[in-house]
Write a protein that binds this ligand. Structure first.
Ligand SMILES: Cc1cc2nc3c(=O)[nH]c(=O)nc-3n(C[C@H](O)[C@H](O)[C@H](O)COP(=O)(O)OP(=O)(O)OC[C@H]3O[C@@H](n4cnc5c(N)ncnc54)[C@H](O)[C@@H]3O)c2cc1C
Length: 295
């Protein structure tokens, strides 16, 4: 039972000097220490009593955490502590990965986005995370500094359930990396919330499509769905590669996306409503993408 508290419980603030020190401290205090960046999930959950932490480990200032760089040969790197407003405004993101700028801009409010980060959205592993669909369709990877060194995890394998990730004790996420997007691609994120701003998604749909001469239809599409399964869900729409794409084929693909979802009833919407909204938003997003790549 979660009870609302008037203030934060006591904790020790820890500011390690290096990634190695942060990782060691988190590993040595597994279960009682938690890394944080913007704190927009962390402090709310601590205040509400949903999470307990004896130590909060600030990792924002550590090496590479504030980097945002585009390499025309390798793609985009976004340091874990880069806030969402910076991502939305970054020329590199707006030019090469506009769907990421768009999705980042739908999280909460402008004020909150000056603190909230992309990596925090991923590590929080909420099925409703607004940036995660865009990250999934773009093929993002998570860079991790852990006890056994540095490693990269595909974001599609990162989520293990609501609030659960593949991170282990002592792991610190340092960046999200995005490969070069496919030539001629287009992508779109559509969010349905109870309010225009400041609310979690009832349903979120990110769609991406691109020309591919190796596909029978000459095109490939995928969608990622938020708030309709225990984890953000990536769905490859193979049927749209196998046969010519038209409005009927897109409607069938949207039905397939809805069938792949596994929503629940909650305060924001019923499972049935969510499934219908996946169908409608997927159809809308896919159609917008198709018009751009087929133009
Ligand atoms: C009023 C309000 C409205 C919101 N609206 C939305 C919304 O519309 N859409 C949406 O998607 N989210 C929303 N959120 C949730 C939140 O703002 C986002 O999930 C945000 O992106 C979290 O980023 P952060 O940097 O603040 O994360 P933090 O709170 O710092 O961390 C989040 C989680 O990640 C872990 N973590 C942080 N940094 C690291 C690291 N480097 N390595 C390993 N683990 C780490 C923490 O331990 C914690 O479990 C809202 C929150 C509030 C309070």
């Amino acid at each position: 039972m979660v009870t609302a508290h008037p203030g934060l419980p006591e904790f020790d603030y820890v500011k390690p000097a290096t990634l190695a020190e942060a990782s060691r401290f988190l590993a040595e205090h597994a279960g009682e220490a938690r890394a944080f960046m913007g704190g927009t999930d962390t402090f709310v959950r601590l205040r509400d009593g949903a999470w307990k932490a004896k130590y909060l480990v600030d990792v924002k200032h550590l090496e590479g955490m504030q980097a945002l760089a585009f390499d025309p040969a390798a793609g985009l790197t976004i340091g874990a502590a880069v806030n969402l407003n910076r991502i939305s405004a970054a020329p590199e993101v707006r030019l090469h990965y506009p769907v990421l700028a768009e999705a980042a801009g739908t999280v909460a409010s402008y004020q909150l986005r000056t603190r909230a980060t992309l990596a925090g959205n991923a590590c929080n592993a909420s099925p409703a995370g607004d940036t995660l669909g865009a990250c999934l369709v773009l093929g993002a990877e998570v860079s991790v500094y852990g006890s056994a060194g540095v490693r990269r995890l595909a974001l599609k394998d990162f989520f293990r359930g609501p609030g659960k990730t593949a991170l282990q004790a002592g792991d610190v996420v340092t960046a999200l990396r995005f490969p070069l997007p496919p030539a001629g691609y287009a992508a779109k994120y559509l969010k349905l919330g109870r309010n225009a701003i400041g609310d979690l998604a009832i349903v979120g749909v990110a769609a991406l499509g691109y020309p591919d001469a190796a596909a029978a239809s000459g095109l490939r599409f995928r969608v990622a769905l938020a708030s309709v399964a225990p984890t953000p869900l990536l769905v490859e729409l193979a049927a749209l590669s196998a046969a010519p794409v038209d409005e009927t084929a897109l409607a069938a693909a949207a039905e397939a996306a809805a069938a792949a979802s596994a929503p629940i009833d909650d305060v924001r919407g019923s499972a049935e409503y969510r499934r219908l909204m996946v169908r409608n938003l997927a159809r809308q997003a896919l159609t917008e993408v198709w018009r751009q790549i087929a133009a």
